[in-house]
Design a protein around this ligand. Structure first.
Ligand code: ADP
Ligand code: MG
Length: 313
């Protein structure tokens, strides 16, 4: 049985911060205040767990995003990994590292986290709060699925699809790095990505053989699918759905999109998908046989070398 009520917290400044978080979350937080959270996994389902860290100066700069957007984005990035498994979220725990100068903004950060949790219909069930020199938000998400969709299931002959339109986050980052103001449509895609939770479950039920969320960039994430599946991918760049004002090659290199890439042996009904989610699902290519996993991009019949996506090190 998942407990709902909080356990009262003792006195102290750390607990004052936690109380402030709880005030902002209201019913979005559940069962906080014990040593650990207790969750129920539906009978016959697997527990699916992922963790994701957002560090100021590495994943975002505070001048680019409001505290609320930082909270939304960090939480959505973590939830997106559950989406990519076709899992249904059960709860999340948060590791917050807060510089003292950031404390006046903790409520706004909490609001962004709470809104993303609410959008996914999942409760905040615990966490850890620490002082530190750099703002950090670590989000661990737990979900369940009867048959999680993994990266390794793509086979030669499968169709390859991507949700939504790519390129916004990459274009926003490029603008900021060049000292320009990004187009609001591009900034919005960076600041307010969506975790495609319901879409991921729908795609799993529709027969997805492999799935991944676009965090490093379409090209880089296709290479991850290729390696995991020991297969090759052939993508037609002219089919890649790009946001307005972004070239399709740039769209294929834009990271932190949190759209889903999915493979399927049978064609997926893209019209039903679009009607259901008000989101496009676009066929961009196919899986081919390949002893050495590779990504081949063509545009108008000509092979294009896209280079690699974002690398942390
Ligand atoms: P412990 O000493 O057992 O690690 P803490 O004193 O760190 O517990 O936290 C007290 C309670 O508050 C725990 O239930 C913990 O899950 C919760 N908590 C602490 N920080 C956060 C946070 N940032 N978000 C959500 N819950 C938190
Ligand atoms: Mg603790």
């Amino acid at each position: 049985m998942t407990s709902i009520a909080h356990t009262p917290l003792g006195p102290g400044r750390e607990f004052d911060v936690i109380r402030e978080l709880l005030q902002h979350w209201g019913a979005r937080a559940r069962g906080i205040g014990d040593d650990a959270a207790v969750l129920d996994v539906p009978p016959g389902q697997h527990l699916v767990v992922s963790t994701d860290t957002s560090i100021e100066g590495v994943h975002f700069r505070s001048g680019w995003l409001t505290p609320r957007e930082i909270g939304w984005r960090a939480t959505t990035a973590a939830l997106s990994d559950l989406a990519a498994m076709g899992a249904s979220p059960l709860g999340m725990v948060l590791a917050l590292v807060l510089p003292p100068a950031f404390l006046p903004h903790v409520g706004e950060l909490a609001d962004g986290i709470g809104e993303a949790a609410a959008a996914a219909g999942t409760p905040i069930v615990g966490g850890d709060t620490s002082r530190g020199d750099t703002l950090g938000v670590g989000v661990t998400v737990m979900g369940s699925a009867a048959a999680p969709v993994r990266r390794g299931g793509a086979r030669a002959g499968d169709h390859v699809y991507v949700t939504g339109h790519l390129g916004g986050p990459g274009a926003a980052l490029k603008a900021w790095e060049q000292g320009r103001v990004p187009l609001s449509e591009h900034r919005e895609r960076f600041a307010h990505p969506r975790a495609r939770i319901a879409e991921g479950q729908w795609l799993a039920a529709a027969g997805a053989s492999a799935m991944i969320d676009v965090s490093d960039g379409l090209a880089a994430d296709l290479r991850h699918l290729a390696s995991a599946s020991v297969a090759s991918f052939e993508i037609d760049l002219s089919l890649v759905p790009a946001v307005v004002g972004v070239d399709q090659a740039d769209a294929a290199l834009s990271g932190e999109e949190y759209e889903l890439v999915v493979t399927s042996p049978a064609p997926i009904d893209v019209l039903t998908f679009r009607a259901r989610f008000d989101l496009s699902l676009t066929r961009i290519g196919s899986v081919t046989a390949g002893e050495v996993p590779a990504l081949r991009c063509v545009r108008d019949g000509v092979v294009v070398d896209l280079g690699s996506g974002y690398e942390h090190f």
